[in-house]
Design a protein around this ligand. Structure first.
Ligand SMILES: CC(C)(COP(=O)(O)OP(=O)(O)OC[C@H]1O[C@@H](n2cnc3c(N)ncnc32)[C@H](O)[C@@H]1OP(=O)(O)O)[C@@H](O)C(=O)NCCC(=O)NCCS
Length: 374
């Protein structure tokens, strides 16, 4: 499409207009590659399944920040500065965890000296701080005191420990770590673009991530694994799965956690998470049910839509893992935001590395030049 101009303005050079910037290339990146046709997701060229199998979230975050694959890279959670704790204590217990996390990152940024350009050390410090802040808020709203970080634990087991006050069993920590790995990066989505726009003004990394959390809070971003949870609860037991799935489709409902706009094959993130979930020694009952329902749903969808690849998407196993590790559904979006810190901050570093102020144009559709009414 070309733009229009007020009638008395000079004729414009034709410019592209794409609502939502769909199809517009706005950056070059060496971080993540999403290949929907083949069902591939690569971080710096490495397959997501291999990263889940052989890596941890700290190793993957470090890979995104530095380009180096150091499988034993250790990143414990960091303490919450007093000013952040004061802000978290002042919030109503009914505040959304995403709002609490956004507030915490903003206050944290005010406590730091965050010089330009942003550095991997800044990315590391922020990524290590946020899980402690979310865990602190999750406890404060239940009337419990926050738990100090245990520096011997890596980021995800550390987060679980600060959330519950007890060490997590290794299978549970491993499943949530896998979720963090698959959630770390996914191209130029709305929140990542937000982080890059803020960085392009030479603002600081905390401002970029505060804005990114705000963008991710919207219901059109980040998906809704809690709807998957609701669906599994409605099914109730593996024996009821077949009848429930067929009835739901007959009623014209969509099965939550199946189908995808981009992926035409089984979502590689769901595949990686399923493998981890299936290898858990102590699968919570909920996970057993989710696996049983998936098998039925895939069979029924293939039977009813033989020409359309309707496979499991990441939301399904995100829900399975998040419920399986014992998080309440209202913590799901903020936990996703924690996972995405690695990608956001890596994009901040990349944007700063070859910065150009992001400043798109708009087509003026208002009145032509005119005199104020007298
Ligand atoms: C994600 C989604 C919007 C992608 O849609 P899409 O690829 O554009 O698919 P379409 O809307 O073109 O649907 C194609 C056909 O498959 C069916 N279909 C698609 N997803 C389905 C699902 N989850 N359950 C049942 N049927 C589904 C549609 O009803 C349609 O059938 P029809 O041709 O008989 O009308 C869609 O699959 C969906 O609503 N999934 C459930 C919600 C979900 O899991 N969202 C998280 C995504 S990460």
């Amino acid at each position: 499409m070309t733009d229009s101009m007020p009638p008395d303005a000079a004729p414009p050079a034709p410019r592209l207009y794409s609502p939502g910037l769909e199809g517009i290339v706005a950056a070059e990146t060496s971080l993540g590659y999403v290949d929907g046709e083949a069902g591939r997701l690569l971080y710096r060229g490495y397959r997501i399944g291999d990263l889940v199998e052989h890596g941890t979230y700290p190793a993957v975050a470090n890979l995104l920040w530095t380009g180096e694959w150091v499988p034993q890279h250790h990143l414990p959670t960091a303490p919450v500065p007093e000013a952040v704790m004061v802000a978290l204590r002042a919030l109503p217990t009914t505040a959304k965890p995403m709002d609490a996390l956004r507030t915490a990152v903003s206050v944290w940024g005010a406590m730091q000296v965050l010089d330009w350009p942003p550095t991997p050390e800044q990315a590391r410090a922020l990524t290590a701080f946020s899980p402690s802040a979310l865990a602190a808020f999750a406890r404060l709203r239940q009337g419990l005191e926050p738990v100090e970080p245990d520096p011997s634990l890596d980021l995800v087991p550390g987060f679980l420990y600060q959330l519950t006050g007890r060490p997590a069993d290794p299978g549970t920590a491993r499943a949530l770590d896998a979720y963090f790995v698959v959630g770390a990066e996914h191209g130029l989505n709305a929140s990542t673009f937000t982080a890059r726009v803020i960085t392009s003004t030479r603002s600081d990394i905390a401002s970029a991530v505060t804005g990114a959390i705000g963008a991710m809070k919207g219901p059109l971003h980040g998906g809704a694994p809690s709807e998957v949870v609701e669906q599994i609860h409605k099914v109730g037991s593996p024996e009821r799965a077949e009848a429930w799935v067929r009835d739901a489709i007959k009623r014209g409902e969509r099965l939550m956690g199946f189908g995808h706009r981009v992926y035409r094959a089984y979502d590689p993130r769901a595949k990686a998470l399923r493998r981890v979930v299936e290898s858990m020694e102590h699968k919570p009952d909920w996970l057993e049910l989710a696996i049983a329902v998936e098998d039925v749903a895939l069979r029924v969808l293939a039977e009813l839509h033989p020409d359309r690849a309707l496979k499991t998407n990441v939301e399904y196993y995100a829900a399975a893992v998040l419920m399986g590790v014992g998080l309440t559904p209202d913590l799901f979006p903020a936990t996703f935001a924690l996972a995405r810190h690695a990608g956001w901050t890596a994009h901040v570093l990349e944007q700063a590395g070859s910065n150009r102020l992001i400043r798109p144009d708009a087509i003026y559709t208002g009145p032509s030049e005119r005199d104020l009414p007298t």
